[in-house]
Design a protein around this ligand. Structure first.
Ligand code: S3P
Length: 444
């Protein structure tokens, strides 16, 4: 077994400015688009987490030259469908659902079967959601009845531009279809339930023909395929999902202030700021700039003792899908009963996060009412933990680990968190920043 993390009754106050690692969704997309561009793309401040390192390894297996010098990355693209296909290629996506699903969209012309595998957690996740549209587009699959990894994909020389309704609100599914559309002749039309919009922003930045008509619940995306695009330069902004852990740490501590620089503040990513401000936080977003079609800014937050419950509007769910666990901690400390609904997707992440989130709250003495897709959290503004809390068997879900660390730092108690290294799949500087803010922990 790997190392465990020990946290023991911490008190701390800080006033600091910090930088957070590059955005995971954007880093993966820079690599994928770089692999299809013509020429040498330069990506600065790329996230060097395990998900990205696995993505790089997989693209190299497909014949893409990629060089890394610290956080500076060069991708040497050979144009659309410029992969070097061979027999018996296996791609190991590790823990990355985003890379595993998106890369399938770029393999729709592969003349040979390509095998896709992942770690234990990824091997439990659903791939039917991308298999179905890709079959319509022309790809074929060998996959178990459960539609999970491992699977094999083979493409076709005849790619269909399809009309597809994406009803889950999954950016991964939408993006997979959009990437496959790059290789289709004619026009692909996607009616997509709202989800993060980075792939659309890359299309615009790279001048790949796209039109987007925004409706209240759906976006209608039209793409013209087979248009070559050139290499590009990109500096990856900080990951708002990683920032959320430190925003909540500050909020739930006493006498703390934090500034976080150059954070991606794409509307489809910062639903959690809206929710926290509705709960009584006073998070401020300043110095807004637009770069590469994405907004970035500095975020300011202070400790706040009078937090109140939220009845979280489900229309915001896809804008804070990766932040529910950390928001649950705020609900645990808020006055009143908070309610979160329509959360089926949350149990389909790196772990069943809705179930495990509720279990952690129960361990620290917070009452919850849990259903298959909803949770009510009975907040306690005086919450203090006086006992030993063991966090184990959580499928090495990076966000469960980081949420537990924050809980240990703000609610006290003696915490033992197993599989201590798993935060590295999305946020390798996480523990260093915790240290920089003045906290102590043991790793053994
Ligand atoms: C992601 C989309 C989200 C999110 C994941 C990253 C992306 O997943 O949970 O961490 O980069 O497109 P879904 O699209 O499946 O909701």
């Amino acid at each position: 077994m790997g190392k465990s993390l020990f946290i023991n009754n911490q008190y701390n106050s800080f006033k600091k400015t910090i930088s957070i690692d590059g955005d995971k969704s954007i880093s993966i997309r820079t690599l994928l688009f770089g692999s299809q561009a013509y020429g040498k793309s330069n990506i600065e401040n790329i996230l060097l987490s395990e998900d990205i390192l696995n993505s790089i390894k997989c693209l190299k297996r497909l014949g893409v030259k990629i060089s890394l010098n610290k956080k500076n990355c060069f991708v040497y693209g050979k144009g659309l469908n410029g992969f070097k296909y061979k027999k018996n290629i296996t791609l190991d996506a590790g823990n990355s659902g985003t890379f595993a699903r998106l890369i399938l969209g770029l393999l729709v012309k592969s003349p040979y079967y390509i095998k896709l595998i992942g770690d234990e957690s990824l091997s439990k996740r659903d791939f039917e959601r991308v298999i179905l549209p890709l079959q319509k587009i022309g790809a074929n699959f060998k996959v178990s009845d459960k539609k999970t990894l491992p699977l094999k994909i083979i493409g076709s020389p005849f790619i269909n531009p399809i009309h597809y309704s994406e009803n889950i609100g999954s950016a991964q599914v939408k993006s997979t279809v959009m990437l496959a559309a790059l290789n289709s002749p004619g026009q692909t039309v996607i009616k997509a339930a709202k989800s993060r919009t980075h792939t659309e922003n890359f299309f615009r930045y790279l001048k790949i023909p796209i039109t987007i008509k925004k409706n209240k619940k759906y976006d209608e995306i039209k793409i013209k395929g087979q248009k070559l695009f050139k290499s590009f330069k990109y500096t990856v902004p900080s990951d708002p999902s990683s920032c959320a852990f430190f925003i909540v740490l500050t909020l739930l501590s006493k006498n703390c202030e934090l500034k976080i620089k150059n954070v991606n503040i794409n509307e489809s990513r910062i639903g959690y700021v809206k929710v926290l401000n509705r709960m009584g936080a006073q998070i401020k977003i300043k110095n807004i700039k637009k770069k590469y079609g994405e907004k970035q800014a500095d975020i300011f937050v202070k400790s706040q003792s009078n937090l109140k419950k939220i009845n979280c509007p489900p229309s915001l769910n896809s804008n804070l899908i990766d932040e529910f666990l950390i928001i649950f901690l705020v609900a645990a400390k808020a006055k009143g009963v908070s309610s979160f609904k329509n959360l089926d997707e949350l149990n389909k992440k790196e772990s069943p996060r809705l179930k495990l989130g509720s279990k952690i709250l129960n361990k620290i003495g917070i009452k919850t009412i849990l259903t298959k897709n909803s949770i009510k959290i009975y907040g306690n503004p005086n919450l203090k933990v006086n006992k030993k809390i063991l966090i184990n068997k959580y499928y090495k879900d990076h966000r469960i680990l980081m949420t537990s660390v924050i809980a240990g730092l703000v609610f006290n108690g003696k915490w033992i968190i197993d599989d201590a290294a798993c935060y590295k799949s999305s946020f390798p500087s996480f523990l260093n920043i915790i240290k920089k803010l003045g906290y102590k922990f043991n790793l053994t």
